[in-house]
Every structure is written in structure tokens, then in C-alpha cells.
Design a protein around this ligand. Structure first.
Ligand code: RAM
Length: 546
């Protein structure tokens, strides 16, 4: 018995150590984890009530074929038997994240003789409520879909749904009830975020109303994702990813200015790097901070370096950058291992890393990774100078030049004026973008390349707002302000015109049902990486507010 207890204890210690351990590569990681915890924000709660009853209307012109129409006051739910209203859809008026509380009462002088079984379906967009979840065809866990069944043993009763949900619309179905009548006594929702809602960043009066609305929707999107870390999406995956963190931090710097949250996330990621010092692309907070073991995206590792530089520039917090400097160096070292002797990023070299850049099938990422590496070398060197560490990494600028030279030779077709990527010599928006951002192309060459791809119907265009963020950056970088404004209005404005009150994870104007997960209700419709109009509109008033 004693032996068994010792064995179980040893097994438990081993498991918890491997699950929750900080990086063994960086000896400071325990300290970083503590610093991260010290910056954990308290949540701010706000109570919401459903505003109206709505009904789904099939409409080919509406996003994903469905729109909501007003169907009256919610008063009936508190007065009439709910048995008359099974299937009702409530509109809470805006996207919120948190927990639902409700109470039921008996109608008439009866007693409850059986339990009641209710089904709650929470939806971010109307299409989610009108697409059967089963049989489930998707790739990610079915459990992300927000339908919950509750069996209530007695009436009257007050209860809270334990699951945190993220939604605007709530459908309630009766799955089982006896002959007695009951109604709602209360329906309320405790919404949470680590920042107070902000609807205005003080835009100039000359700002176009659609751009004003894009800014508002971006602010709500960001607020919803700002929980105790920068989440990627409050519905799914509810965790910190490096690529999302970077874009959220950019938008935060021009709105909520909660820089402690950025600091928390930078330390957390550093503390949870793997045994080689490579960052995990994503980490989770519960039950203890831990990485999503084995998930690495080499482009995200480099984005971390850029995010840290941006954080120091915004806050002047050199101390944090000094702490995390070894992480920066290690991400560069790990990336350099993937290059050929000719300084070209080798897509086949083992281990072959996942490169994100965009959710888009068939997009060749080689030229993009070459460009991003050059950019990250230069930005990381800027950070070194800021910290007085340039001697430590004196070879970085010349490495970046070598890579640029190699890139121009290998990827740039001077005659056509565009960057080509991979064995298929693919022309994509993002290949141009990363060669522009890394200054591998001159501004003039960049502008010509962007003009060309924007007018090429068969060029590979981005599949989601993350990719389009960098397209915007590149357009502004090469002086194409008008094109940048047009893109903001057509792409993010396109979502607004289709009814978005938060920006979506994936948006292809040509395909409303697009999903990287094989089932569009699985997409996140309030997604961190889509909030960056807040950054663009407020950073460049001369472009977007006139
Ligand atoms: C998705 C996440 C996140 C993104 C990664 C690569 O699953 O929602 O936004 O960073 O993929």
C-alpha cells in the first residue's frame, strides 16, 4: 500500500512537472513566470439583459445566407408559458463574453412533477444558429460549438451556466417538460473583459462614417479578446498565440493602452519556451500556465522579437526587454539553422516547421519566410542597439544583407517586377508584402509589385485578416495610401456591411462558408488578429481620417 502511494506520488510529480514546467533552456524562466503572473489583470464585469426577441430569416444576400429580424419584446418570456416559445432567439445587442444566469418560475398554482430539460445555443453570427452541428463534419473538437443542455430538477430555480460563452444571439429550446407551465423570472449575463468598453478613440470630424464604424467594431473585437491574456478568440481557441498577441498589442497601443497585458504575455511566452529555447506558438493559462506542447510556428517565433521591440518603443520598458533578450537571440539562432548555404530559407530542412503567415490553401510561404527573417534580423538588431548589446550580435546586419542579396537573386523576377515563391514560382500578395517590409525591394519596386498583384485576378490573395494586416502595412510602407484606404474600406468595411459587429477570423469576400476547420460554425467570429483597423486608423490619421 505504502509502495503504491509512493508510486502514485512520483507519477503525479512527474506528470505535473512535465505539464506545467517552465522552459529548462532559460534559467530565468521561473522568475519570468512570476513576473507574468504579477501583471495578470483583474477582470471587469458588466451585466447584460437580452434586448429583443429576433427571428432568423433566410436571405441569399445576407452573410452566410441568414439575417436576424426583430420579433418583439422579451416581456412574453416572463409572462407566458415558455412551452409556447421553445426555439426562441434572444438578441443581446452586441458581442459579449462571460456567463449566463437565469431563473424559472411556476405559472399558476401547480407544483413541478418532473425535471425540465433545456438546450441553450449561443451564436456569434446568425449562420451558426441555422446550421445543424451534427453529424459534425469539422476538424477541431466538436466541443467548441456552443450548445449546452441543462436538466433542472425543480422549479422555481435559479442557476448559472458554468461554461464561459461568447456570443450575441442565444437560442433556447425545450427538450423535455411535463404538463405544468413555467416562465422565466430572470435572464441576465455577466460579461467580462480586462478593459472597459471603448467606442471612440477621438477620430477627426472628417472621418468617413464607414471608417468610424470599422474603428468601433475593431475596438469591440479587441476588448472581447483582452481577458487575462490576449486571447485569439473568446469563443475559440481562448488562448494566447504569438501572432495574435503582436497585432492585439499594436491596436492596444492606439486604444486601451493596457501595456501590462502585453508585458504579461511576453513574459509568459518566454517562460514556457521549449527545452531548446524555441517559443511555443501558443500557451494556455489553466489549470496552470503551460504551452501547447510541440506547437511551434517559426514565423511566430520571429514575430515575437518584433513584438518585443514594439513594446519597448511604446512603453520605454527597457528592463523587460533586457530580461527577455536571450529569447530574442534564441529565436534568431533557431531560424538560421533552417537556411541553406546560399542563405535561402529551406522549406525541406528537418525539422520542417509550421509557418502560418495566413490561413490560405495553396499559398507558398517560402519567399514570405525569407522576407520575415530579414526583417526580424534587422528589428532584433535595433533592439540590441537599444539595449547596448550590438557587439553580441554584430554579424546580424551582414547576415541580413546576405539574405537580401540571395532573395533578390532567387525570388525577384525583375522583368515581371514581382516576387515569385517556391518551385511553382507562385505570385502571391504576401510574397511581395514580406519582401517590401524587409526592404528587400525598394519602395519603387515594391509599389510596382503591389500594383501588379492587386490587378492580377489569379494572384494568390490572402484568406484572412491576419494576412491582410501585412498587406496594409506594405501598402503604407511604399506610399500607396489610397490603395491602403481602399483596402480597409473594402475588406474590413465589407465585413461591416455584411453585419459584423466584431471582426472575423477568416473572411474571403468570395466565399462566406470558408473555414480552415472544415465547418464554418467552428470559425471564430470575434478574432484578435482582425482588430488592427484600430491601429491603422489611429496611427495614420492623415490617411484614414480625412
Ligand atoms: C488559429 C488561432 C490563431 C492563430 C493560429 C495559427 O487556430 O485561432 O488565431 O494564431 O490558428
Amino acid at each position: 500500500m505504502k509502495e503504491r502511494t509512493i508510486f502514485l506520488l512520483a507519477a503525479f510529480l512527474f506528470c505535473s512537472a512535465s505539464l506545467f514546467s517552465q522552459s529548462t533552456y532559460f534559467k530565468e524562466s521561473k522568475d519570468w513566470l512570476q513576473k507574468s503572473e504579477a501583471c495578470k489583470p483583474s477582470l471587469i464585469y458588466k451585466e447584460y439583459k437580452p434586448l429583443r426577441i429576433v427571428k432568423s430569416v433566410k436571405d441569399e444576400k445576407a452573410y452566410q445566407g441568414w439575417r436576424m429580424e426583430d420579433a418583439g419584446s422579451t416581456d412574453v418570456l416572463f409572462k407566458e408559458s415558455f412551452k409556447k416559445h421553445s426555439g426562441v432567439v434572444l438578441d443581446f445587442g452586441e458581442h459579449i463574453t462571460g456567463n449566463l444566469t437565469f431563473s424559472l418560475k411556476l405559472l399558476g398554482s401547480v407544483t413541478a412533477d418532473a425535471p425540465i430539460r433545456l438546450k441553450f445555443t449561443f451564436a456569434e453570427v446568425p449562420g451558426e444558429l441555422n446550421t445543424p452541428f451534427d453529424p459534425y463534419p469539422g476538424g477541431l473538437s466538436r466541443a467548441w460549438l456552443q450548445d449546452e443542455i441543462m436538466t433542472l430538477g425543480t422549479v422555481p430555480i435559479e442557476t448559472t451556466l458554468e461554461r464561459r460563452v461568447s456570443f450575441r444571439y442565444l437560442k433556447i429550446d425545450i427538450l423535455g417538460a411535463s404538463s405544468f407551465d413555467f416562465a422565466f423570472d430572470k435572464i441576465s449575463f455577466k460579461a467580462q473583459s480586462s478593459v472597459e468598453t471603448m467606442t471612440d478613440t477621438g477620430l477627426a470630424e472628417t472621418t468617413d462614417p464607414l471608417i468610424r464604424r470599422i474603428n468601433e467594431v475593431g475596438l469591440v473585437t479587441l476588448k472581447e479578446c483582452m481577458q487575462t491574456v490576449y486571447e485569439d478568440g473568446p469563443k475559440r481557441d481562448r488562448r494566447l498565440w504569438i501572432g495574435d498577441l503582436y497585432l492585439e498589442a499594436l491596436a492596444n497601443a492606439y486604444s486601451y493602452k493596457n501595456h501590462l497585458l502585453t508585458k504579461r504575455c511576453l513574459y509568459l511566452l518566454g517562460a514556457l519556451a521549449d527545452e531548446e529555447g524555441l517559443l511555443h506558438a501558443t500557451v494556455l493559462e489553466e489549470p496552470e500556465p503551460h504551452p501547447q506542447e510541440g506547437t511551434h510556428c517559426l514565423d511566430y517565433s520571429l514575430i515575437y522579437n518584433i513584438a518585443l521591440l514594439e513594446y519597448v518603443r511604446t512603453t520605454g520598458d527597457v528592463e523587460t526587454a533586457r530580461d527577455l533578450w536571450p529569447v530574442v537571440v534564441r529565436q534568431i539562432e533557431m531560424t538560421l539553422r533552417q537556411f541553406s548555404e546560399e542563405w535561402i530559407y529551406d522549406m525541406e530542412k528537418q525539422p520542417v516547421y509550421w509557418l502560418v503567415f495566413d490561413w490560405k490553401d495553396g499559398y507558398d510561404r517560402q519567399a514570405s519566410m525569407q522576407g520575415l527573417t530579414i526583417l526580424a534580423l534587422n528589428k532584433s538588431y535595433e533592439l540590441a542597439k537599444l539595449l547596448g548589446k550590438e557587439k553580441e550580435v554584430k554579424e546580424w546586419p551582414s547576415l541580413a544583407s546576405k539574405m537580401k542579396k540571395a532573395a533578390r537573386k532567387h525570388f525577384y523576377d525583375k522583368k515581371q517586377g514581382v516576387v515569385l515563391s517556391g518551385a511553382g514560382r507562385q505570385v502571391s500578395y504576401l510574397s511581395q508584402v514580406w519582401m517590401i517590409l524587409s526592404e528587400t525591394l525598394t519602395k519603387k519596386e515594391g509599389a510596382a509589385a503591389m500594383k501588379k498583384v492587386l490587378s492580377m485576378p489569379d494572384a494568390c490573395y490572402p484568406g484572412c485578416p491576419y494576412g491582410y494586416h501585412y498587406v496594409m502595412e506594405a501598402l503604407l510602407e511604399c506610399g500607396m495610401d489610397k490603395e491602403a484606404k481602399d483596402l480597409l474600406v473594402s475588406y474590413w468595411g465589407g465585413m461591416v456591411n455584411k453585419g459584423a459587429d466584431t471582426f472575423w477570423e477568416v473572411y474571403d469576400p468570395n466565399n462566406d462558408a470558408l473555414s480552415p476547420y472544415g465547418f464554418f460554425p467552428m470559425n471564430s467570429y470575434c478574432h484578435a488578429w482582425s482588430c488592427t483597423p484600430v491601429y491603422f486608423i489611429n496611427k495614420y490619421p492623415e490617411v484614414f481620417q480625412k
